[in-house]
Design a protein around this ligand. Structure first.
Ligand SMILES: Cc1cc2nc3c(=O)[nH]c(=O)nc-3n(C[C@H](O)[C@H](O)[C@H](O)COP(=O)(O)OP(=O)(O)OC[C@H]3O[C@@H](n4cnc5c(N)ncnc54)[C@H](O)[C@@H]3O)c2cc1C
Length: 419
């Protein structure tokens, strides 16, 4: 029989953080996952809150949370879990040579893959636009030969709008020699820069740049940690800044490696390519989860279950018939906006949240699932990340912040360390 203290289902940022927090408390943890989740596509910045309900810019995320409606996930998670969860995340990333810079009390700008600016609470070191970077007179976008979806000319047009007209702009082409029969991806280039040969080739093509130059590049400085960025920065006179990126997301993959290494060190049993399909319930308690892999079906028993299956985006919530969303493992009640006209907006990134995006599992303040009357449905099941009802991460820029804070809270509740 496979039995754990805690079974975490899903290995996106919320599942990884829940497994980490539980294992640090000495619990026997199993992390069961079917796929990789949105870390492989998200830019690895930790957005806490960028916009309020009326799409007004939030400058201080911690303060902004106070003004959110009572049913917003942050109101249930609370300030303490957010602060402690972030501190724990920063400790883990630091141990794995990932430096995150930022604050819960101020959003900072980072450059996107098309040269516009986006704001976030915590940015990976290579993305940070330091005061010094902002004073540079020459801005150069690096265009890597054959790199899919990263266009120097588009980048420069937008950088001019982002940094102002009084600078000198240009594109620098780089050839990595990686182009073969297909387009290359950011991950290919990051792997090339993981090697001493890649480092040397790269530096030799940029050695003429002076210290008044800001180089804007896609996130290519190695697939593990920030050491490649730091080493190359020391060798260059110019200042370098990585942009957020298009999939596959190297900053997200760096985070995934850091968590996975840490979980292995903590003895977490990671079960991959396994899809939870059902559960066994007794009264108000979940007893086990049944999961299918390519070759067999297994039953996973645990004292508590943390459901981190990613809502609509990753199959944690499904909807075959309109207005009949289901949570396929525990069959928990789902909260959603009623009426087809409320479901979507014509504008994808408009000034109104998308109705469908708020679909999720309603919880109490301990993140246990509740029914319409507010009664707990299963008292040893906890809901985290994109499974939570009542927020549109894309509209308000809160995705990874809610993932980290809710996972920390769910894994801490009842463990003698109430967040
Ligand atoms: C394109 C994109 C870009 C983004 N960029 C940012 C950003 O820059 N900053 C930011 O803060 N947020 C960003 N976000 C939001 C952020 O990615 C998420 O809100 C947050 O990380 C949610 O994590 P999660 O763990 O809840 O879900 P997910 O990352 O979706 O993970 C869900 C996990 O559950 C697994 N799973 C699902 N069903 C089952 C099952 N039945 N059995 C087993 N496993 C299962 C999945 O395979 C996956 O591993 C972005 C999102 C997207 C889609």
């Amino acid at each position: 029989m496979i039995r754990s203290d805690v079974l975490v289902i899903g290995a996106g940022l919320a599942g990884l953080m829940a497994a980490y927090t539980s294992a640090k408390q000495g619990k026997k943890v199993t992390l069961l996952t079917w796929g990789e989740g949105t870390l492989t596509v998200n830019s690895g910045t930790i957005d806490i809150l960028g916009f309020d309900e009326n799409h007004k810019r939030v400058n201080n995320p911690l303060q902004g949370i106070d003004n959110l409606p009572a049913d917003h996930p942050y109101k249930k998670i609370g300030r303490q879990a957010l602060q402690e969860g972030l501190a724990s995340f920063l400790e883990l990333t630091k141990q794995h040579e990932l430096t995150y810079i930022g604050s819960m009390e101020a959003n900072q700008p980072v450059v996107t893959a098309i040269g516009t600016k986006k704001r976030t609470a915590y940015a990976p070191l290579p993305m940070v636009l330091s005061e010094q970077a902002l004073t540079k007179k020459k801005i150069r976008a690096v265009a890597i030969k054959g790199l899919k979806d990263f266009y120097g000319d588009v980048m420069i047009e937008n950088l001019k709008k982002s940094f102002g007209p009084d600078k000198d702009y240009g594109v620098i082409p780089i050839d990595t020699g990686l182009m073969g029969g297909r387009d290359i991806t950011i991950q290919d280039v990051a792997r090339y820069l993981d090697t001493p040969q890649g480092n040397a080739d790269f530096l030799s093509q940029l050695e003429d740049l002076d210290q008044d130059t800001l180089l804007v590049l896609p996130p290519i400085f190695g697939s593990h940690g920030h050491t490649v960025y730091q080493t190359i920065s020391q060798e260059m006179k110019a200042t370098m800044v990585e942009t957020t990126c298009l999939p596959p997301s190297v900053p997200g993959i760096r985070l995934r490696y850091a968590f996975r290494d840490e979980l292995r060190q903590l003895g977490v049993d990671i079960v991959e390519s396994s899809k939870a399909v059902a559960s066994e319930i007794e009264g108000t308690k979940a007893v086990s989860v049944i999961a299918n892999s390519a070759s067999n079906q297994r039953r996973y028993y645990a004292d508590r279950f943390i459901l981190a299956t990613g809502g609509f985006y990753s199959g944690g919530i499904e909807m075959r018939d309109f207005e009949k969303p289901i949570e396929p493992i525990f069959h928990l009640p789902i909260s959603f906006v009623k009426g087809e006209d409320q479901w979507t907006n014509e504008e994808l990134f408009g000034s109104k949240a998308q109705g469908y995006a708020k679909t999720g599992i309603e919880t109490n303040d301990l993140l246990q699932p509740v029914n319409k009357e507010g009664q707990v449905v299963l008292d040893n099941v906890y809901i985290v990340g994109r499974n939570l009802a009542g927020f549109d991460f894309c509209f308000e820029h809160s995705g990874n912040g809610i993932a980290i804070a809710s996972a920390y809270k769910a894994a801490s509740v009842g463990m003698g360390k109430e967040a």
